[in-house]
Design a protein around this ligand. Structure first.
Ligand code: DOR
Ligand code: ZN
Length: 345
């Protein structure tokens, strides 16, 4: 039997939602991760430290007895109204680890996001001064820009300038999907990193569209062509510490996904480390999984590396067809299909 023991992973980008979704989402990620960066795109969004602290308590309360180790790392939502005081307050909290920039209209619950980056320069300056990371959903939202080009054009129009204008600002380019983003991050100054999801490593736009539209593969940024997928796979097995694990696991009810206008998001929290292990194994790079999943993110966020371990066993299991999330049905990624790895309990 093939096994792999690694330091306990963390998830540096996840959507846990709120209310009666939390028992599902929190306990799924806590099954394999010690900590997770919790995205703030709730309705209403998590705009300040007080809201983040209240949300954190709701997450902690949702942990089952066997998952009391799990630690949510809170993030604020950047809006046109974010103030320097919001930054200062966040920077002094031990529980807040960054601020997330969503261009207005880019994705789920981003209506309150940012309309004009230049307007927020005093906020970025304060973040740089307080060493508070900026997490970026890097896509332009102009209606004349093709959805497959949104990430590259965001780099060219905004990201290059931002990292130059604030040379000390730590930046995470979230859920990157293109060769352009891989190259940008690899060549950027120190303090620039990226998260990579399991679904962008495993799938490309053919999986989404050939033979019929598969709504459970629809996410944002959208899956790209296979050459971009190949670049992502090479980036995560390169051993470069700028690339680390962030699932972007994002639950939407079955009815909201399987709809004439379906929501964006893939749910991977139930099996994320197993999915990443599949990629690293297929690339002949299993020894590099630990750095990507368990070391590089902690190093970037100036947090201690986890000392506990998990053991993955090469043994197949079938994912349930459906999960429940509160009163709703949730379709996980790989529903009814096989996984090649499982976690030894
Ligand atoms: O696919 C996505 N779903 N991408 C995002 O950026 C947001 C997320 C969500 O919150 O549903
Ligand atoms: Zn996300």
């Amino acid at each position: 039997m093939k096994t792999l023991t690694i330091a306990k992973p963390d998830d540096w980008h996840i959507h846990l939602r709120d209310g009666n979704a939390l028992p599902r989402t929190v306990n799924d990620v806590a099954g394999w991760a010690q900590r997770a960066i919790v995205m703030p795109n709730l309705v209403p969004p998590v705009l300040n430290a007080a809201a983040a602290m209240a949300y954190r308590q709701r997450i902690l309360a949702a942990r089952q007895p066997q998952h009391q180790h799990f630690e949510p790392l809170m993030i604020l939502y950047l809006s046109d109204k974010t103030t320097i005081e919001d930054v200062t307050e966040a920077a002094t909290s031990p529980h807040i680890h960054g601020i997330k920039l969503y261009p207005a209209g880019a994705t789920t619950n981003s209506e309150a996001g940012v309309n004009d980056l230049t307007y927020l320069y005093p906020v970025f300056e304060a973040m740089e001064k307080h060493n508070l990371p900026l997490l970026i959903h890097g896509e332009v939202t102009d209606s004349d820009i093709d959805i497959f080009d949104r990430e590259k054009i965001f780099i060219d129009r905004f990201l290059s300038k931002l990292v130059t204008d604030f040379p000390g600002l730590r930046v995470v380019f979230e859920h990157i999907t293109t060769t352009d983003a891989v190259e940008f991050v690899a060549e950027a100054r120190d303090g620039v990193a990226a998260t990579v999801t399991a679904h962008h490593l495993l799938y490309n736009r053919n999986d989404l569209l050939v033979g019929g539209v598969r709504p459970h593969y629809f996410c944002l940024p959208i899956l790209k062509r296979n050459s971009h997928q190949e670049s992502l796979r090479k980036a995560v097995i390169s051993g470069n510490p700028r690339f680390f694990l962030g699932t972007d696991s994002a639950p939407h009810a079955k009815a909201a996904k399987e709809s004439a206008c379906g929501c964006a998001g893939c749910y991977t929290a139930h099996a994320a480390i197993e999915l990443y292990a599949e990629v690293f194994e297929a690339e002949g790079a299993l020894p590099l999984l630990e750095g990507f999943a368990s070391h590089f993110g902690a190093d970037f966020y100036d947090l201690p590396r986890n000392t506990e371990t998990i053991t993955l066993v090469k043994e197949s299991r079938t994912v349930s067809d459906t999960f429940t999330m509160g009163d709703e049905t949730l379709i996980p990624l790989r529903a009814g299909e096989l996984l090649n790895w499982r976690i030894r309990q």
